[in-house]
Design a protein around this ligand. Sequence first.
Ligand code: ZN
Length: 156
Amino acid sequence: MLNNALFTVDYSEMVIVKDIDFYSLCEHHLLPFFGKCHVAYIPSTKVIGLSKIPRMVDVFARRLQVQERLTNQIADTIRDKIAPLGVAVVIEATHLCMSMRGVQKQNSFAVTSAMLGAFRNNTRTRMEFLELIKLRSVVPGLSGSSAAAEACTGDE
Ligand SMILES: [Zn+2]
């Protein structure tokens, strides 16, 4: 899917695509979850055409999903395709399965993140990314959030 969008660069700057709208379906409850996805990577030798990243988010979101897997699939795919120095993916989503199952009093807004390579190992790189997407509350280096996990792995 990304093969036509790869090209080579000789610099290593963080590339960020933020506020990618997505719409998906929770595989446990068959109810929508939707929100925004933020993607960053630091190229090693190859980059991805910027327009390909939202398209990739879309392809993975169109399947039955859980938020953590969606987050990890996007990060893993970028890592596997272009072997960058680091990849970061953050997803903020509203889950109808949470708001419709009587947990309105909890926050039905879940944030998940996947931090690989430099984003996992280098606090400054990670903070720079989180600052650029204005989401400093994301737990550094952690993949997945308990809120979404509880929402979608509980009783059926
Ligand atoms: Zn669910």
